[in-house]
Design a protein around this ligand. Structure first.
Ligand code: HEC
Length: 146
């Protein structure tokens, strides 16, 4: 009886660990956070749907740098379990995935620099380059929704 109770207790204790976010959930959350807290507010300005406020845009552009790096902390080997849209190519073509990531982070730096110039036409161009680098990676490495 005591043994069974102990086993039950241990099982109860281990539940929180089992419910911890999977890598796929962590990176998905990080991608969404980046989109909501920085990329999309800038997109509204780039598409002329929100007014261009240079100081505020600068904040969004500077915030993108750490936010953009965050999801890539959560791609441990072959972590495609659950609802992940990650393609196996991430791990079979690591050099290409890495290169797409580096190009993306470079475009993010360029956008922050363009924001300092306060030239909306140049900013829109830099924003479009970032969006293109999102797409380049998604085309190769993100599968359909499950
Ligand atoms: C180097 C590759 C790469 C780059 C660059 C990249 N992504 Fe992704 N993104 C992925 C992968 C892979 C997934 C799927 C992750 C998963 O489901 O496990 C993903 C998932 C997402 C998701 C979550 C979608 C969902 O249904 O959970 C969003 C939102 C997203 N990306 C937006 C963006 C935006 C916006 C950019 C550019 C500002 C971007 N991504 C740049 C590879 C990339």
């Amino acid at each position: 009886m005591k043994k069974i109770l102990t086993a039950l207790l241990l099982a109860a204790i281990s539940i929180p660990a089992a419910m911890a976010d999977t890598p796929a959930e962590l990176r998905s959350k990080a991608f969404k956070k980046m989109l909501v807290q920085s990329f999309e507010p800038m997109g509204m300005v780039a598409r002329g749907r929100a007014p261009y406020n240079p100081a505020q845009f600068q904040q969004y552009a500077d915030a993108l740098k750490p936010l953009a790096a965050e999801p890539f902390q959560h791609f441990p080997a072959n972590s495609i379990e659950g609802k992940s849209r990650a393609k196996p190519e991430i791990w079979t073509q690591p050099a290409k995935f890495q290169a797409d990531k580096e190009a993306f982070l470079k475009s993010v730096d360029a956008l922050a620099l363009a924001a300092r110039g306060k030239d909306l036409a140049a900013i829109k161009k830099s924003y479009a380059a970032v969006a293109q680098s999102c797409k380049t990676c998604h085309d190769s490495f993100r599968g359909p929704e499950k």
